[in-house]
Design a protein around this ligand. Structure first.
Ligand code: ARG
Length: 466
């Protein structure tokens, strides 16, 4: 903003004062970055101790600073802290309160650092914890899937492609598909955590600092695995946040797909699933309804999680090196994605845990369908028919049955033989169970493979400390 007086269009001094107030509000981040108070104080304590050890400040000054910072933390935690939005952010609030509590020695804390490396350090500390929390929530959700799969190990349902009944599968197989998605998500959050696990303190504003600091010892105290290699990259890098946001977007997409299935499956048209009462709501006007609001919100909130990723990508794309105030825009969306994702993971685990799957209805959907068509085509292949030809024969057969409102199980051997003379009596043995059992390949839906997958899923959870 220019420092020249700006034309206001009127000369009301009160309005112009309000204008000034508005202009400074615009730069304030305290209302959201105050949630970084623990990280901010923790990093400041580590920094102060290092300054003392290195003789950059006197040991007793460092001790007073550490003491004071602990008091500040206690005040924040007891709700007694005098927050001052006019000081802009969490860093300035903490430091200013330190002055109140310990006097001028507080001024030594900001030796050999800048808010630029401070805010990055705080955010990285926060991010490391957020990744842990997210992975824990994912593991809890995966456990809920394993329990549901185990409880429904013999339940069959139509697997769908294009939302058309395709082939019979075990419900446990369907549920374990989500286990795999959330397993990949956990890997992505672990990778984001790895990216966050780098100490940026010591970069100063951007060029490094002219003091004999010991960055390694600060990294060690704060539990960082590495220190940044380039001070300019260090203060301007937000890749770790982008990595969380993109992992969150993918995870939210998985949750949304599941939510969509819950919505569809709990509809009267499907009735595959009853959602637990505490995850549905009544309609204010239609007394018969149980609306799947939680699942719908899980699906709907995906938009914000995607939005936060795009907001951050867009904020970053035009930034010259190094720190620019635009970077302050990194936190709100990040916090929102963390909060939204953790809440959705928790709600989804609750929904899965309390869901009642309607095995009878699922089986009926398999029976009143042509999902054995592939098996019958494969039967002909076994008798020497080329698959493409078998496909045509069975396709015609199912079209005819469909027109008559009949199914493969209603066909006599003679009727089969009209379609192809290669059909023999054993074609009548093809049924849902034989179809499922025949998918006995790694990753397939046969009961033996699904039981093995279940055991493998449990082993992976155990290894992950669940
Ligand atoms: N509130 C700022 C942020 O979140 C802290 C760093 C400010 N640095 C500065 N040079 N103005 O990015």
């Amino acid at each position: 903003m220019s420092t020249d007086p700006q034309p206001t269009g009127h000369d009301d001094p009160a309005a112009s004062a309000r204008g000034t107030e508005l202009a400074s509000d615009y730069t304030v981040s305290l209302h959201y970055d105050r949630r970084l108070y623990r990280e901010d104080i923790r990093a400041s304590i580590a920094h102060a101790r290092m300054l003392g050890r290195q003789g950059i400040v006197e040991e007793d000054e460092a001790a007073q600073i550490v003491d004071g910072l602990e008091k500040v933390r206690a005040e924040i935690e007891s709700g007694d802290f005098p927050w001052k939005p006019e000081l802009e952010d969490i860093h300035m609030n903490v430091e200013s309160r330190l002055f109140d509590l310990i006097g001028d020695v507080a001024g030594r804390l900001h030796t050999a650092r800048s808010r630029n490396d401070q805010v990055s350090t705080d955010t990285r500390l926060y991010m490391r914890q957020a990744c842990d929390d997210t992975v824990t929530a994912l593991r809890t959700l995966q456990s809920a899937f394993v329990s549901a799969a185990e409880a429904n190990i013999t339940t069959v349902l139509p697997g769908y492609t294009h939302l058309q009944r395709a082939q019979p599968v075990l419900l446990a197989h369907h549920l374990l598909a989500y286990f795999e998605m959330f397993d990949r998500d956990a890997t992505r959050f672990a990778a984001a955590q790895e990216s966050a696990d780098v100490l940026t303190l010591g970069n100063g504003a951007m060029a490094g600092v002219p003091y004999p600091i010991d960055r390694e010892s600060v990294a060690e105290e704060l539990g960082f695995g590495r220190i940044t290699a380039n001070s300019m990259d260090g203060v301007s890098d937000r890749d770790f946040a982008l990595e969380y946001l993109s992992a969150a977007a993918i995870c939210a997409m998985h949750l949304s797909r599941l939510a969509e299935e819950f919505v569809i499956w709990s509809s009267d048209e499907f009735r595959f699933l009853s959602l637990p009462d505490n995850y549905t709501t009544g309609s204010s006007i239609m007394p018969q309804k149980r609306n799947p609001d939680f699942a719908e919100l899980a699906r709907g909130k995906t938009g914000r999680v995607y939005g936060n990723l795009f907001a951050m990508l867009t904020t970053l794309k035009g930034l010259p090196l190094t720190y620019n105030r635009d970077l302050q825009e990194d936190k709100e969306g990040l916090f929102d994605s963390v909060d939204t994702l953790l809440a959705t993971l928790g709600v989804t685990a609750g929904m899965i845990g309390g869901a009642r799957f309607n095995a009878g209805r699922m089986r009926q959907a398999v029976e009143s369908s042509y999902v054995l068509a592939t098996d019958i085509a494969d039967y002909l292949v076994g008798k020497g028919t080329p698959f493409r030809e078998a496909h045509i024969i069975v396709s015609n057969l199912s079209d005819r049955l469909n027109a008559d409102g009949r199914f493969f199980k209603d066909l006599s051997l003679d009727e089969f033989r009209v379609a192809s003379s290669l059909f023999e009596a054993d074609v009548l043995e093809i049924d849902i169970d034989s179809s499922i059992a025949s998918r006995d390949v790694p990753g397939g839906t046969s009961p033996t493979r699904v039981k093995a997958a279940l055991a493998e899923a449990k082993a992976r959870l155990k290894e992950a400390g669940q």
